[in-house]
Design a protein around this ligand. Structure first.
Ligand code: SF4
Length: 222
């Protein structure tokens, strides 16, 4: 694991995790992503890039990626996918990198974002028996423990996994409220949106929102 102080991305390459950060933020981020990309090329690895969100005391809010940096990461991924043969290095953003960009090209494994699958198509089981819809989610999303209830009972509980199962478009707030993609997007990644906004249905980490508000960073930077 590589650890440096500053804003963070979690980068999964095969079975190891690298945490990058920036002291001089954008230029450092650019340099490290490019260096890592070049190091991984041709190594028979798959590179998935994931944004680190605020859980517990691990990160300070000031260390989160800015919206400009977030967009630049999306641009970096899209360029990697367009320019590097998949046999040499498959690159994709995780589910917390999106959504519905009209400009970036392909940055994820899915051609279209169908909404967070936690508790609908995926489930995460922690080593201590606790159950979440997705292992990336924070403690607030724990639905129970198989040490206390059978898994089937947790999964079929009509009150469980409510963020995604009981979603309604009118629950969207802030920058997601009234979004044309809202009914299917459901404010993107539940974990990152909640960590960033403190709300279940509001996610500032969104390419569509950045583009809609004209906050796209200058292209030449990367
Ligand atoms: S603004 Fe919110 S609902 Fe709309 S695409 Fe972005 S994350 Fe999804």
């Amino acid at each position: 694991m590589i650890y440096l102080a500053g804003a963070y991305l979690i980068i999964w390459a095969a079975s190891f995790v690298l945490i990058l950060s920036m002291v001089q933020r954008q230029s450092r981020l650019e340099a490290e992503l490019k260096a890592l990309r070049d190091r991984l090329r041709g190594q028979n690895l798959t590179w998935q890039i994931q944004v680190a969100s605020l859980h517990g005391r691990k990160f300070d809010r000031a260390e989160m990626l800015s919206e400009q940096e977030f967009y630049q990461v999306g641009r970096f991924i899209a360029r990697c996918r367009a320019e590097i043969p998949v046999e040499e290095l498959p690159v994709a953003g995780s589910h917390d990198i999106g959504y519905h960009s009209d400009r970036l090209g392909r940055y994820g494994e899915l051609s279209d974002w169908p909404g967070c699958a936690a508790g609908i198509a995926t489930v995460g089981l922690l080593s201590d028996g606790r159950v979440k819809g997705c292992l990336s989610q924070s403690e607030e999303f724990v639905e129970g423990s198989i040490r206390e209830r059978p898994f089937r009972e947790i999964w079929t509980d009509p009150k469980a996994f409510a963020r995604n199962r009981r979603f309604r478009p009118d629950l969207l707030t802030g920058t997601c409220g009234g979004c044309v993609h809202g009914p299917t997007c459901r404010a993107g990644c539940a974990d990152l949106g909640f960590a960033a906004s403190g709300r279940l249905y509001e996610n500032p980490y969104c390419f569509h929102r950045i583009e809609r508000e004209g906050k796209v960073p200058i292209e030449e930077i990367w």
